[in-house]
Write a protein that binds this ligand. Structure first.
Ligand code: TMP
Length: 219
């Protein structure tokens, strides 16, 4: 087992962008479009999804999303998401950033803050501290929030497989949405908030031009 502390060890030259939003917000579609655009520009892109991306994290994902298998308590849920993230940061994200790649992540620490902190109403400061520990204080260069009305998002998901999280209900999704909005309002320099109800090509263009102007300026 290797030490996963980052202090003093690593040189990060890549760019780290995360996509956040409630279930049905369209972030996975946008991530795929941005990936395609970046690759067309000749950048090397690593894409990861949360929870998942490593052998350990995929196992944790299966555990977490299977609502039939156990009566998982909320604190255990928060810790499992954070466990999966710690391994993903250590095994994939930091090495890719050290190689100078663009890392696009479908959900990151802010998902646990939004879902387990705001949504499940676990103690917020403790959840935030847990994220600092799990990620070894690795923060994205940009967090893209696809903001969408919960009713619109739920309608999009109708007919699709409702997993453990999605079946938690509209009131829960509304708390998650408000949590994201509060985080982005508290640190506007860290976030790009996009109206997720727009056509997907329009959203993709907004994301691309923001990133070109603010993240890759000069490179
Ligand atoms: P996904 O639909 O983006 O794959 O995410 C699966 C579900 O897991 C989704 O409802 C959000 C939820 N989730 C959390 O509750 N906390 C977390 O930390 C993460 C990464 C996801």
């Amino acid at each position: 087992m290797r030490n996963s502390n980052r202090e003093g060890g690593t040189v990060i030259t890549g760019i780290f962008i995360t996509f956040e939003g409630i279930d049905g917000s369209g972030k996975s579609t946008q991530l795929a479009l941005l990936r395609q655009h970046m690759e067309e520009l000749g950048r090397t892109v690593t894409v990861v999804r949360e929870p998942g991306g490593t052998v350990l994290s995929e196992k944790v994902r299966t555990l977490l999303l299977d609502h039939r298998s156990m009566d998982l308590c909320e604190r255990a849920e928060a810790l499992l998401f954070s466990t999966a993230r710690a391994q993903l940061v250590y095994e994939l994200i930091i090495p890719a950033l050290e190689r100078g790649e663009v890392v696009l992540c479908d959900r990151y620490a802010e998902s646990t803050i939004a879902y387990q902190g705001y949504g499940r109403e676990l103690p917020l400061e403790e959840i935030i501290t847990l994220q600092e520990f799990a990620t070894s204080h690795l923060h994205p260069n940009l967090k893209v929030l696809l903001d969408l009305d919960v009713d619109v998002a739920a309608a999009r998901l109708l007919g699709s497989f409702a997993d453990r999280m999605e079946s938690a209900g509209l009131a829960f999704q509304e708390r998650v949405r408000q949590g994201y909005l509060q985080m982005s309002q508290a640190a506007p320099n860290e976030w790009l908030v996009v109206n997720g109800s727009q056509p997907k090509e329009k959203i993709a263009e907004e994301v691309r031009s923001f990133i070109e102007q603010n993240i890759f300026k000069g490179s």
